[in-house]
Write a protein that binds this ligand. Structure first.
Ligand code: HEM
Length: 516
């Protein structure tokens, strides 16, 4: 059994790699060719002051307007370098890179068990601070090494296959219909919704719990059930700005309960309690449907079948999905609506593509969805121009040369891709929203560097929720654009703000113009 799972896991990675190369048209570049012996010493990497960094992060938080990408870009500009070092007291050095060639070298030398330094907070919190909640299995976010590899092997088959998400198409279509009704009920006389983003969080939470737990929480009902409201509020708190401080600031929270730690810990308790109840209900539903041999087996049931009823992995995976699956997909959907609404010509092309593949009156199917290249292109363009997850990190597992410097094994290297994905050097007409650039053979796609666009990361630690997230966003856009033309009627352009997960910096005000 284990052998079979491992073999399939190998296939998954190959497919993931293939997926990257097949959506991007460049031929793969060789990683850094500068040999170790010719590289400059590590000590010569330009330093950026930790105190300057902390001051800016603190100011951003105080103003409730944290923009990590701007702080980093300023650091790269001031040091005039594509690699910088920040010496963090007690934690050691953090490197930041800004060049996709370095990212390629870094990620292609990931080792068997990629080590993500950003997740160290979760590991410490789950195993040292709150083993009472996470002791049985700290999940993908709370483990590393072989322990992480075993969980990932167990969940990959049901999550990462391109076909795995399509199994939930009907559920997602039903949920988009509920969202549509909710949005329609909240339009004013001019058919304007004054802030769409909170509705999209509700959509994302309803979808992720339906897929993983086979439950309809009622997030899109009015009024919302208390349980749904509490879950959304607390997941929002969990991934908000306090988390950025816990992950990137001094680890004082290990010794005393700082304010960000308290916010995180309180929210974590609520989410743990609510999601544990949901997992218990989901388990019971799975057992009942097995007994009666009726109903489809959903993600939780599939994981139970793979890992065993007593295994803590299905529970841990469902909790990670609730934690990681709402703000990411909710905010990306929000940016996707925005980009379509402010680019009416591109919106029209996407609409025509939809109508060509699913004419009016026809139901959406998996093959037609896969065939809508501009819908996928619109999603990719949104992730490129307005990425909700700003980057990734690795602890190096062997000596590497990055930007011509010697980087010893065991170094923490971070990559924030917000600005890289907008550089003319890597994308033609980089600041333009052009879904067509993702259509194979299109001229505008020729210049792309394969490691300049990795919003879901790359390799064996890439986002495990990618397939589900993509399906949620594509179905949403198809269903809404078939019925409405979108127009942005907000007072100022929307930008990214936030810490680990970016949110729109002002309300997303959209006018929905009926097409028929
Ligand atoms: C637009 C939506 C999303 C984006 C852009 C996104 C992006 C990412 C990125 C960049 C990583 C880090 C990988 C690394 O460090 O190499 C990640 C990890 C992860 N994501 Fe997502 N994500 C999204 C949606 C989701 C959803 C819907 C889920 C629900 C299952 C999810 C669950 C996770 C988990 C559990 C990890 C940790 C994986 C591991 O360590 O093995 N994500 N995601």
């Amino acid at each position: 059994m284990l052998k079979k799972v491992t073999k399939n896991y190998g296939k998954q990675i190959c497919r993931s790699l293939h997926a990257i190369s097949s959506t991007q048209q460049t031929t793969s570049l060789p990683p850094s060719s500068c040999p170790w012996s010719n590289a400059k010493p590590y000590e010569q990497i330009p330093n950026y002051s930790f105190w300057e960094w902390s001051k800016k992060v603190g100011e951003g938080r105080k103003a409730q307007d944290l923009r990590l990408q701007d702080i980093l870009q300023d650091a790269f500009d001031k040091t005039n370098s594509e690699i910088i070092k920040i010496k963090i007291p007690f934690l050691g050095d953090q490197l930041f890179v800004n060049n996709p060639d370095d990212v390629q070298t870094l990620l292609q030398n990931d080792g068997k068990y990629p080590d993500e330094p950003v997740f160290e907070f979760f590991e410490y919190y789950r195993t040292k601070k709150r083993p009472d909640m996470f002791g049985k299995c700290p999940g993908l976010l709370g483990t590393k090494g072989k322990e992480w590899g075993d969980i990932r092997t167990a969940v990959n088959q049901d999550l990462m296959r391109p076909a795995s998400a399509s199994y939930y198409l009907d559920d997602i279509i039903n949920i988009t219909e509920d969202l549509q009704k909710l949005v329609e009920a909240n339009m004013d006389g001019e058919k304007v919704v004054h802030d769409l983003t909170p509705f999209l969080f509700r959509y994302a939470m309803e979808a992720v719990t339906a897929v993983f737990l086979d439950t309809r929480l009622g997030c899109l009902q009015e009024p919302q059930p208390e349980q749904a409201k509490e879950l959304i509020k607390n997941v929002n708190l969990l991934v908000g700005e306090p988390l950025a401080e816990l992950v990137f600031g001094l680890p004082i929270w290990k010794l005393i309960n700082t304010k960000p730690y308290k916010i995180y810990n309180d929210a974590s308790e609520v989410v743990h309690k609510l999601s544990s109840d949901l997992v218990d209900q989901g388990k019971q539903k799975y057992l009942d449907s097995k007994k009666s041999q009726k109903g489809q087996i959903k993600m939780l049931g599939k994981l139970i079948e793979r890992c065993g009823l007593e295994s803590p992995i299905p529970h841990a995976m469902a909790m990670d999905a609730i934690f990681a699956g709402m703000d990411t997909t909710g905010n990306t959907s929000s940016f996707l609506f925005y980009q379509l609404a402010v680019n009416p010509e591109e919106q029209e092309k996407v609409y025509q593509n939809i109508m060509e593949k699913v004419p009016a009156g026809e139901a959406l199917s998996v093959p037609s969805l896969l065939d809508m290249k501009l819908v996928k292109g619109a999603m990719n363009e949104t992730l490129r121009l307005m990425p909700v997850v700003q980057g990734l990190g690795r602890v190096t597992q062997k000596d590497l040369v990055l930007s011509g410097y010697k980087i010893p094994d065991g170094t923490r290297v971070n990559y924030n891709f917000v600005y890289t994905m907008k550089k003319e050097k890597y994308f033609q007409d980089a600041d333009k929203f052009m879904p067509e650039r993702w259509v194979r053979g299109h001229d505008k796609g020729k210049k792309m560097h394969p490691f300049a666009f990795i919003p879901f990361s790359y390799g064996s630690r890439m986002c495990v929720g990618r397939r589900v997230a993509e399906m949620e966003m594509q179905v949403l856009i198809v269903q809404i654009l078939r019925k409405y033309k979108l127009e942005f009627v907000g007072s100022k352009p929307i930008g990214l703000k936030g810490g680990l997960i970016s949110t729109p910096d002002s309300p997303l005000t959209i006018k929905f113009i009926p097409r028929y």
